[in-house]
Write a protein that binds this ligand. Structure first.
Ligand SMILES: [Fe+2]
Length: 290
């Protein structure tokens, strides 16, 4: 079986009202999202204004002493997990709540509204990403270099043995490029259709177990085998978007970050993306929500 990587045409109706064409566009984005596990939004002036006001605050996190611990891989990645000091509406500084077509998609297509926005991750890659970490195995460094450090969010490694448990139930992964950089600057990678493969595999793994206890289950072997199946069966795609555009990945999709290539072009801010990954529901919805 291949993953659901059929091509998805995005079309706009040339007749009817503007409202109809917006509805058509949403429908096409929805089809792309549910088939491939991701979709990308065109330039949105509303989001762009949020970026304009959030960017200085995002930049400041990279030099804040309390976030110094987020530098990884010999300083080629600032992980910036929950570093943006936005409130539960996504507002930071004078930006006001996060709004725009991506948020409309989350509300109308994913059916998620009224949840608390998490403090966004400020993820910044720099030239040379990813360098090895002192003391880590060759295998782990290679996985980052050759397999984009591909992972499913929320299945966290714990302890020295890095045993995996379901600990977070993100509703989606919304990527907001904050600055200009080209497609070779450590792009976001997603394996198309992997969300449905993961859903199938974890539905089988958790069958008959109370969702409240799924986090207690050691799913390390299942997760590693699932990842190998995705590598064998799903198409790998790299996403590139400019400020004012955005992309969203399905919460169950296998995704990661490609290395910084020699042909990358970026400014002093590197490849800065803010990711929102709110937790609007529990384990059962994490697996079963569309
Ligand atoms: Fe992730």
């Amino acid at each position: 079986m291949r993953c659901g990587a059929e091509s998805v045409m995005v079309f706009y109706s040339d007749s009817g009202s503007k409202h109809d064409s917006i509805e058509d566009a949403m429908r096409n984005l929805a089809r792309s999202f549910f088939t491939r596990g991701w979709c990308q939004f065109e330039f949105d002036p509303v989001l762009n204004e949020w970026i304009r006001l959030a960017l200085p605050i995002a930049r400041a996190t990279l030099t804040a002493p309390e976030h110094a611990r987020w530098y990884r891989y010999q300083g080629t990645w600032f992980a910036g997990v929950n570093a943006l000091p936005n409130d539960a509406s996504g507002a930071v500084g004078e930006s006001g709540p996060i709004r725009g077509s991506a948020v409309e998609f989350i509300e109308s297509v994913l059916g998620l509204r009224g949840f608390a926005w998490d403090a966004a991750q400020v993820s910044v890659c720099f030239p040379g990403y990813p360098q090895p970490m002192p003391g880590e195995s060759d295998g782990r460094a290679r996985f980052r270099r050759e397999r984009d450090a591909a992972h499913v969010d929320g299945l966290l490694p714990e302890g020295h043995e890095r045993r995996r448990h379901l600990r977070e139930h993100h509703g989606f992964i919304l990527g907001i490029p904050m600055v200009e950089y080209n497609a070779d600057a450590a792009p976001f990678v997603v394996y198309e259709g992997s969300h449905e493969l993961m859903r199938e595999i974890f539905a089988a793994r958790f069958a008959g177990i109370d969702p409240a206890a799924w986090g207690d289950e050691d799913i390390t072997e299942t997760y590693h085998a699932a990842r190998e199946r995705v590598f064998a069966q799903c198409d790998r795609v790299e996403l590139h978007a400019r400020p004012g555009e955005a992309f969203i990945a399905h919460r169950l999709s296998l995704h990661g970050t490609a290395p910084w290539r020699d042909t990358a072009v970026a400014g002093d801010d590197g490849r800065m993306i803010c990711y929102f990954r709110p937790d609007p529901f529990g384990a059962h919805e994490w697996l079963n929500h569309p």
